[in-house]
Each structure stands twice: as C-alpha cells, then as structure tokens.
Design a protein around this ligand. Structure first.
Ligand code: ZN
Length: 311
C-alpha cells in the first residue's frame, strides 16, 4: 500500500471507530498528591517565644524544615506552597529585606508561592532584589516559582518576568495546575511601592486561567494560592466567594486574613467540591491537603493543620 493510501485508510478506520487518529488513547489519570502549605509567615524565622498565648513555642523555619523532610520521606508526590506575605514582622526583615526569607524557602524546597501586600512593603525594586538573591543562592533545589494572574506587571517588567500567571507540574499519573491571586493594593500598599503593577479583579482574572488549565492543559487538580483573605464579609473578593464565582477550582490555599482553620472548609460544586484552607500566620502551622485521583476522577480530598513543634 502506498503511504498516501495507507493514511487515507487509517483515517477512515479512525473516524469509523471514533478513536484518535494517531496512537492509543491516553490512560486516565490515577494517583495521589499532597499539598503542604504556609501563609503569612511574616519573617518569623525563629519559633514564637513565651508570652504569645496559644502560639507560644510554636513555629520556626528549622522545625518546619524538619517536618517537611519527614513528610517527604513518608509520602510520594508532594508540593510545598505558600500564599504570600512572606515579608515583614521581625527584625530579620528589617535587616535582610526579604532575601533571607526567600532563600530559606528555596532551601526548604518550596515549589511555588504568591505575592501578598506586605511583600511590596519596600517597593518593587527590593522585592525583585530578594527574588534575585534567592535565584543566585548556590543550592541543589531549584528557585521557587511565583504565580499570580490578577496583577498587570507590564509597567514593572523586572518583577513581571519573575511571576508567571500559572504553573503546571507533572507527577506520576497526574498533572497539577497552580495559579495565584493577590489583594487590592488600595489602602494596603502605598502607590509608590507597587509602581508599575496594576491590580485587576481576581474573579475575572482567574476565570480564563482555570478554564485553560482544565480544558487545554487537561490538569487533574487546580490549585489557587490566594492572598485575598478568607471572609471579607462582602466588602472585597475573598476565598469563601471564590468557588461560586470561578468554577473548577479544587483547592484554595489562602492567606492575608491570618485565619486559623483546623480543617479545610468544603464548598460543594456542580461537579465535586472546592477545599479552602488557611493555617494562621507566622509559620506556627503547616497545612496539609491530600487528594486521590482514580481513572480521571477526584476520589477523595482531606486536610489537616499540623502544628510546627520542637523535637
Ligand atoms: Zn499577613
């Protein structure tokens, strides 16, 4: 058979049987993944000392590193994520301007983070310098990626070049899409500190990104790193309203409101549900969300807030 005839015959056969023209159909996704996460760590490198009420003695980056290492040994596929406001809160920030915070995040193996309002506290230039210091660190872990889809960075290309609208990570049997949204600068960030960066409506910005991740990139799990806040009581966009405004999100990892949740809030969706989680602030807790996917369908989702304790 001539090549042209062969292709024609194959085309007819494929149409007749509704099979893809080339190759076998892709096997449906099956696998498990754990998301570990922090929010609003606010330069708390050391544990909280006595006199801090219920969070006395909790937190500290070294202990968080130990906990993450233990979980990495126990678990298979894992992502380490942060929902922003890494900067501001202790003398470490005043001294190191966020460079230390981002370098430590790289050393812990964070995969992705997003930007909170306080990450702009010294302005766009120093924020970029902190990212550069993290990139230049000599370490076997890759630099962490920053995601945000509702800031227009066209007037701040050095920052825009370091923040992507979304990220896709492949794991055995499944694919995860990660995006991020930030809070309105008005009243929170001085105009000179976010010069060149324009805030846009997070619902309108997320809609097409989530749709693209689902329909074009065919991810199995959509994760949003949100620095909007858990419940803004109708005064501003927030995590509680997000699932009703943007369908198709599996997990919202929140920040900004410093909300201590013991377990994720579950919001039913037409198809499945959205889990919203946030674990306080200052690195006193590490959030954990576990997802299991079988034959292309989300089979289970659960979560817990793990206190960051000493040995
Ligand atoms: Zn904060």
């Amino acid at each position: 058979m001539k090549r042209r005839d062969f292709i024609a015959a194959l085309g007819t056969a494929a149409v007749a049987s509704h099979l893809p023209l080339w190759g076998a159909p892709e096997a449906p996704s099956s696998g498990r993944i754990t998301l570990l996460h922090t929010n609003d760590t606010h330069s708390h490198i050391e544990p909280f000392g006595p006199g801090n009420g219920p969070i006395s003695g909790l937190g500290g980056v070294a202990r968080r590193a130990t906990l993450v290492r233990q979980l990495r040994q126990q678990l298979g596929s894992l992502l380490l994520l942060d929902a922003g406001d890494t900067f501001q809160g202790t003398p470490y920030f005043n001294r190191y301007k966020g460079r230390l915070d981002y370098q430590l995040m790289r050393m812990l193996g964070y995969d992705a983070g997003t930007l909170g309002n306080h990450d702009f506290d010294n302005g766009v230039g120093p924020l970029v310098e902190a990212m550069e210091a993290m990139e230049e660190l000599k370490h076997s872990n890759p630099p962490l990626a920053f995601v945000n889809c509702n800031f227009d960075f066209r007037g701040a290309p050095a920052l825009g070049g370091r923040v992507r609208p979304y990220l896709i990570r492949n794991f055995p049997g499944l694919r995860v899409g990660i995006t991020g949204v930030g809070v309105d600068f008005t009243g929170l960030v001085a105009p000179k500190n976010h010069e060149g960066v324009i805030w846009k409506d997070p619902y309108a910005s997320l809609g097409p990104v989530v749709a693209r991740l689902r329909e074009v990139d065919k991810v199995d799990l959509v994760v949003v790193l949100s620095h909007l806040g858990y419940d803004m009581k109708g005064f501003a966009p927030d995590d509680l309203q997000l699932p009703g405004r943007v369908p198709g999100i599996d997990a919202i990892i929140g920040g900004h409101s410093h909300t201590f949740l013991n377990a994720p809030t579950r919001v039913p969706q037409a198809k499945g549900e959205t889990l919203i989680f946030q674990v306080g602030y200052g690195g006193v807790n590490l959030g954990r969300l576990d997802f299991a996917i079988a034959r292309g369908t989300l089979k289970s989702a659960s979560g817990a807030s793990l206190p960051v304790l000493g040995a």
